[in-house]
Design a protein around this ligand. Structure first.
Ligand SMILES: [Zn+2]
Length: 434
């Protein structure tokens, strides 16, 4: 095995990411075909063949495998090729230029998640170049449509090519590492074995229409706003599930939080970092509310949508029943638009142990903690099938970098591209290597 020239590899990662960002695979509509073709070309330059899975409508998924020899199930490096739209007027650079400036690669997808895709890609290319026979196969899986729920991506593969999803472990997006977590200098890597369950609801109130000059207590807008006010006042309990116990105790052991942080201390911690609040309770965001056509007309229908995210052990039906009690108005309808529970992957085991040793070796003094991802990812499709899937983007981000995720001026530092590639390469080598 020859030593890796990390300076050269980092330069290669920057070049590939910069070109990859220029492919505008914005979802909607997605159009991931060019992104898949680009990845296939990069793989082919090193003699790695890939297979594309065309879901139709210009939605293409791609998989490549370095074979193993022992009939073991693969380690799968999962990423998505689509990105969310931009509001260009708020950006200080052209969002699809892939510009390299101030030690960073700029552009939509740099963090979410073309940057991680490139780290995964290079981990595979490096293993291939080393020419070492693998015991366990390594799979690179790049899917379409993650940003719109995966109907043309992971869910389509699950229905039409189930074998592509078969794996011992999956590494995916879901959590970054942190610099400056809760104001502490210590580098913290995080992995998520679980995510919150998205539960998207529409509330609908109906009532008599009429003239604005004669108000009614039972009008649709009055009923809806009363329901929303009650939901807003609803105090939901803080619950620390075992994954988050691991999070808090890991931070306590390393002096990032005072010892024995319990549910009562969470509000103070969440005031500094709202994500931690979202990892320890069921949440509701009011996202849209629509009614009315004219100032002097009382409309017959009023609707609102709620983006609820439940802790993974919470039954959606039970939550809806409680919501009904809180609203306390039988006439307000609740319709479920989307719900997708996610299972829990093992918090220990060989993969997690390797994450721990690799991050510790590469970043002195670093800490690795589990957490529950407040958002949801394609990992849920694997967990549903009992496959261990982990959110683990091994990049250490400052709060101002994290804020660019789905936001403006999205970027990743060259240093993080290098670190992430090193971590994933080492992990793949230890888990799949000779
Ligand atoms: Zn993403």
């Amino acid at each position: 095995m020859t030593a890796v020239d990390w300076e050269a590899v980092t330069g290669e990662a920057v070049d590939i990411l910069s070109q990859y960002v220029r492919i505008q695979s914005v979802n909607p509509p997605g159009d991931e075909t060019s992104a898949a073709r680009f990845l296939a070309d990069v793989l082919a330059r090193d003699g790695i063949e890939s297979t594309t899975y065309d879901a139709g409508n210009n939605r293409v998924n791609l998989a490549a495998t370095l074979p193993g020899r022992d009939g073991l199930k693969p380690l799968t490096l999962l990423n998505h090729t689509d990105v969310v739209p931009v509001q260009e007027e708020y950006w200080s650079v052209e969002p699809f230029s892939g510009m390299v400036r101030d030690g960073q690669v700029w552009g939509r997808g740099a963090l979410d998640m073309k940057g991680m895709g490139v780290m995964e890609l290079l981990a595979m290319l490096l293993l291939k170049r080393q020419g070492i026979p693998l015991k366990r196969p390594l799979v690179f899986l790049a899917v379409a449509d993650e940003e719109a729920g995966g109907a043309w991506g992971i869910e389509w593969l699950d229905q039409h090519h189930r074998e592509v999803l078969d794996a011992e472990w999956v590494i995916n997006e879901g959590s970054y590492g942190f610099l400056d977590l809760l104001g502490q200098d210590r580098p913290v890597f995080a992995f998520c074995p679980a995510e919150k369950t998205p539960l998207w609801l529409t509330l609908r109130a109906r009532g008599p229409a009429g003239h604005g000059s004669v108000p009614r207590r039972d009008s649709a807008p009055v009923k809806l706003t009363r329901a929303l006010a009650r939901i807003n006042d609803w105090q939901r309990e803080t619950r620390i599930l075992p994954v988050m116990e691991g999070f808090f105790s890991g931070l306590e052991r390393n002096g990032i939080l005072p010892s024995s942080t319990g549910p009562r201390d969470v509000p103070a911690v969440a005031a500094k970092n709202p994500s931690i609040g979202a990892m320890t309770s069921d949440t509701i965001s009011l996202t849209t509310s629509t009614y009315g056509v004219k100032i002097n007309v009382i409309p017959a229908l009023a609707e609102a949508t709620l983006d609820c995210r439940l802790l993974p052990d919470r039954e959606p039906d039970e939550f809806i029943a409680e919501l009904r009690r809180v609203i306390d108005d039988e006439s307000v309808e609740i319709e479920t638009i989307f719900v997708s529970p996610s299972g829990l992957s093992d918090m220990e085991g060989e993969l997690v142990a390797s994450m721990r040793s690799v991050t510790r070796e590469l970043v002195e003094d670093s800490v690795l903690v589990p957490l529950i991802s407040p958002g949801f990812t394609d990992s849920r499709t694997f967990r549903r099938r009992g496959i261990a899937a982990y959110g683990f983007v091994p990049a250490l981000l400052r709060p101002e970098e994290l804020a660019t995720f789905h936001g403006h001026d999205e970027r990743i530092s060259i240093e993080n591209l290098k670190l992430g590639t090193q971590v994933l390469y080492e992990l793949a080598l230890r888990l799949c290597g000779p």
